[in-house]
Each structure stands twice: as structure tokens, then as C-alpha cells.
Design a protein around this ligand. Structure first.
Ligand SMILES: Cc1ncc(COP(=O)(O)O)c(C=O)c1O
Length: 382
């Protein structure tokens, strides 16, 4: 029986059968929800090893479980502002993950008659929000042939007179490609020429193998930095992210979030503040594990006859493809069902033919997961 019949049994004003939702579920998230909890080896997650409250060793006993400052607790915003040199507290909004900030920024900046450019591939909600709201969206494609690097000449050609936002993600999910300081400057210039903003999703910036470029928001008032505690810090469960931006954008974020989440989780904010406070110490441990895992996955990939990839330049994910070509759906489905190993088929991120391989988790799990992947590859090639 469909839900509406349970709610309105026999009533005349039952909703029509064909009612369509403005927001569709994202295929990537459906895949996660369905399989990630059911496997033994997770080599599809896009962050570092999930931390436990015990591992964090933070005393949360005195955290008051009240509503918080709508823009984020000042002590947490202070820790964040420290990372952004020239910016002050007024330019920081702490949100329920980077996802909420992304939603608020698009909702505010891109009106019904406006145009938005979002780099692809990326984490799907970065473009799906624009689609759900019915906005004019152009995907700025990263190509294998250009090693998934952003081509600024190509970007310039996509701009229209009504472009209001250009959204890039580097280090990129899922290709691990990076952006240089010169490229960020060029992207800001392209946005400024169009009277638009550049938003750079810097969620993976702390996982750069080399020195990262400056934070976008510190380069121009037309640049927005978006980031999260979810990936680098292994803390997606605290649901904390933030945007650093020009004040009108911060105010818009507060306005949107007051209608969805009101404020952040008090526990989440307390944990984020403590982790950022000792960030260098924590990051050193994380990066040591990431470098070891990257070597494991790189050596494994180098020995594969059936797979190829553009080696990720940073971060904890890469996007291999089958040398023989074709969809990776069969491989990823076989992996979760028979080999109890989680990866993400590219079709869930609108890049069929690839799959997402994550190497940010436990070393032992990565090694076992790759072994399982090897078995599944053998099976689909036999
Ligand atoms: C590049 C990128 N940005 C943003 C997000 C959203 O993360 P959250 O809302 O957990 O901060 C993700 C999640 O996968 C991501 O990969």
C-alpha cells in the first residue's frame, strides 16, 4: 500500500499518483545507503579512516546541548579564521557539512534566470542542487586526456552573460586532480569578468601531497572557500563544514540555514574546535597513513593488467577504468554482493566506465579490499 493511502485512507483529497518530487535522491547516496554498511572491506569511501569518540580523547562532558550561534560558535569560527589569514570571523559560516553551505550558496546566488557552471566529475550535490532548483546548469568537464586538470580556456568559453557562480573542486573527487595557484587566479578572473563568484571546494586541500595553493577566499572577495571536517579529518559523523566568503554570502547562508537546521550540532562544533586546535599534530598522523596507503594502492595499480588510471595527485581517492572499456556496474555490484567489498561505480557519479577507489581507510582493510578487487576483476574477465 502506498504511503498516502495510509495517511489519508479513503479521503477525497488524496495526492495524485503521479506527483513528482522537486528533489530526487542522488544515485551515489542511494548506493552508499544500500551497501556501505553491509560490507567487510570499504575501498570506496572518499575520506580518511573514520575516527571514534574514544580515539579523539576529547572531554565532551561540559558541552551544553543548547541551540548554538546560527553562524557557528565564535570559538570555532576563530579557529577557522586563523587558517584564512586576512579573513575575520565575520567571513566564516559554519554549516551542517559542506553540503548545507553549497545548498545555501547556490540558492542565494543563482536565481531562476541565472546560470551556474559546475565542474564535473565532483561530489554530485554540487551540481544536483542546481538541477533540483531548475537552474540553468552547465557542467565543466574534466577530461582523461588532460589528466582531469581544469582547462581554463574551456571554462572561459562556458560563461554566459547571466552566469552567477562557477564551482570547482580540487583536489578533485574522485579523480584526485589538483589546481594551481595560477589556475585559481585565472578562474577568479573569469568569474569576475562575468560578474560572478568562484566557489572552490577545498575539502581535500589539507590532503595535498605537495604544498597547497592559497585558500581561494583569501585571494579575492569574489572567491568562496568551501570545506568540511568530513574527509581529511575522518569526521563525517559530526556534520560540520564551513564557507569563508564575502559578508552578503555569509548572511545568505545564515538565512537559508535558519529554515533548515537553525544551527550546528553542539557536539559537532565542540569536536571540530578541538581537532582544529591541534590540527598540525592530527594532520601529521593522518598524512603519514595516507602516504603509506597511497604507495600501496599505486603499486597495486601499477601491477594491474585490467585497470588503468590517471594517478591521483593528492587526496585519498582515484578513478580507475577498465582497460577493455565499458561500464563498471557489473564489477562494483559483484564486489559488494559476492566479495563484500565496497567501491563506487562511476555511473553513480555520471562517469560510467570508471569507479571510485578510496585509499584513506585502515591499511589492512585497503590491502584486503584490493585483493578482493583483484578476484572480482579476474571473474569478470574469465
Ligand atoms: C568534494 C566534496 N564536497 C562536499 C562534500 C559534502 O560533504 P559534507 O556535507 O559531509 O561536508 C563531499 C562529500 O563527499 C565531497 O566529496
Amino acid at each position: 500500500m502506498i504511503l498516502r493511502e495510509l495517511i489519508y485512507p479513503g479521503e477525497l483529497h488524496v495526492l495524485p499518483e503521479d506527483i513528482s518530487l522537486t528533489f530526487d535522491r542522488m544515485p551515489l547516496e542511494i548506493w552508499f545507503d544500500e551497501y556501505q554498511f553491509e560490507v567487510d572491506y570499504d575501498i570506496g569511501e572518499s575520506g580518511t579512516k573514520f575516527l571514534t569518540v574514544k580515539e579523539l580523547d576529547i572531554d565532551l562532558n561540559n558541552v551544553e546541548l543548547r541551540y548554538g550561534y546560527h553562524v557557528g560558535h565564535p570559538s570555532l569560527r576563530k579557529e577557522i579564521a586563523k587558517l584564512y589569514g586576512g579573513n575575520n570571523l565575520d567571513n566564516v559560516a559554519v554549516t551542517t557539512g559542506a553540503s548545507e553551505a553549497n545548498f545555501a550558496i547556490i540558492a542565494h546566488l543563482v536565481g531562476p534566470k541565472d546560470h551556474i557552471i559546475v565542474e564535473h566529475p565532483t561530489y554530485p550535490s554540487l551540481y544536483q542542487v542546481a538541477r533540483s532548483l531548475g537552474r540553468d546548469l552547465t557542467l565543466f568537464k574534466l577530461d582523461w586526456d588532460n589528466e582531469f586538470r581544469p582547462d581554463m580556456d574551456k571554462l572561459r568559453k562556458l560563461v554566459k552573460s547571466n552566469t552567477k557562480l562557477i564551482s570547482l573542486t580540487h583536489p578533485n573527487n574522485p579523480t584526485g586532480s589538483v589546481i594551481t595557484e595560477a589556475e585559481i587566479r585565472e578562474a577568479i578572473e573569469i568569474a569576475e569578468d562575468a560578474g560572478a563568484y568562484l566557489m572552490l571546494d577545498e575539502t581535500y586541500r589539507n590532503l595535498m601531497f605537495d604544498t597547497p595553493p592559497p585558500l581561494a577566499a583569501s585571494m579575492s572577495p569574489n572567491a568562496i572557500s568551501l570545506t568540511s571536517m568530513s574527509k581529511t579529518w575522518g569526521l563525517p559523523g559530526i556534520r560540520i563544514g564551513w564557507a569563508v566568503a564575502d559578508r552578503p554570502i555569509i548572511e545568505a547562508i545564515i538565512a537559508v540555514r535558519e529554515q533548515i537546521t537553525i544551527c550546528n550540532s553542539a557536539i559537532g562544533e565542540a569536536i571540530a574546535k578541538e581537532v582544529l586546535h591541534k590540527k598540525d599534530e592530527v594532520l601529521a598522523i593522518i598524512m603519514k597513513a595516507v602516504r603509506t596507503n597511497f604507495k600501496i594502492v599505486k603499486d597495486w595499480m601499477d601491477s594491474q593488467d585490467w585497470l588503468e588510471w590517471i594517478e591521483p595527485k593528492s587526496g585519498v581517492i582515484g578513478a580507475p577504468r577498465l582497460r577493455k572499456g565499458g561500464s563498471t556496474d557489473e564489477l562494483c555490484e559483484l564486489l559488494v554482493t559476492k566479495y563484500r567489498t565496497f567501491t563506487v561505480p562511476g555511473s553513480r557519479m555520471e562517469m560510467d566506465g570508471y569507479f571510485r577507489l578510496g585509499f584513506g581507510g585502515e591499511q589492512e582493510e585497503l590491502v584486503k579490499g584490493l585483493e578482493q578487487l583483484g578476484k572480482a576483476l579476474k571473474e569478470i574477465h574469465s
